[in-house]
Design a protein around this ligand. Sequence first.
Ligand code: TXA
Ligand code: MG
Length: 319
Amino acid sequence: MGGKPAFMTAQIVPVLPQTLALAAEILREGGLVAMPTETVYGLACDASNPQAVARLYEAKGRPHFNPLIAHVAAMDMAKQEAMLSEEAETVARQFWPGPLTLVLPRAATGTVCDLARAGLDTIGIRYPRHPAAQGLIAAFGQPVVAPSANRSGHVSPTRAQHVMEDLGDRIDLIIDGGPCATGIESTIVSFAGETPTLLRTGGIETSALNAAIGGHLALHTDDSIVAPGQLKSHYAPDATLRLNADAPEEGEAWLGFGPDSHTGLNLSPTGDLAEAATKLFAMLRALDARFDRIAVARIPNEGLGEAINDRLARAAYRD
Ligand code: TXA
Ligand code: MG
């Protein structure tokens, strides 16, 4: 699989026992498989295989200092890779399987290779809820590492077709599990230091997470990059974005939220934040393909709106 000719395009296959078995076989041979998760599509490879991981970084064009999340399909598999404090385990039991990644001290029994961890002694672990992701990891029998299946710096993929557009000529297989139900990446919280610290807003609302740990969640505020992937410009479309807009100006495409009468797309005409999250990346991709300037309506900064606004701010950021 490592030697797939560049001119071949990955096949998109449906979720079936035999396609998951094929995908697991490709992983064993060191190949790259795009899998659906409830957040966004991930690009999976054997977490223990440095050659496979090197190929994954290359396919994405991702800097090697940026560690990958290990995906598991059972609590035991998480414990093989990382040390969960009592508090971390409480949070894991409440939100797994689901859109939450825990950064934890690595366990001595861990199998995730150095390159995938970017040499750190911590590890990001997620137990996804999507049955196809669970089925693939179970068929493989070991953790897979899986960053979002986009080229580094692009908007994350929430449809199999997005993966095809970004990476189709660089990977071995794409499993089509339909549109992602959550649509934005997992919330990342670190339990590796003194206090639990939020590293990335995402599919689990910050307030729910904070409540689960008795209200002492620390927000990561200083400017050092704790999650190395959290660069200011990270979800960059080619188009320029104008945020918190009331209406499109001459020459701007419109991305609305809540009832409005403007021509363009709308993340949720009824103002539903969960619906907006599932549609965000697909609509950004669709507008970016056709327009140079996009005006985006104001999104309330509460609940999932926090993660949506975080992604929009990164998409709008220009050095
Ligand atoms: O929803 C998601 O989390 C998706 C799906 C595919 O699971 N994955 C995803 O992976 O968003 P990626 O690689 O695009 O983003 C992972 C983020 C990066 O910002 C990375 O720096 C951070 O997690 N990260 C991973 N391991 C870490 C660690 N040990 N310490 C701090 N940050 C870590
Ligand atoms: Mg990503």
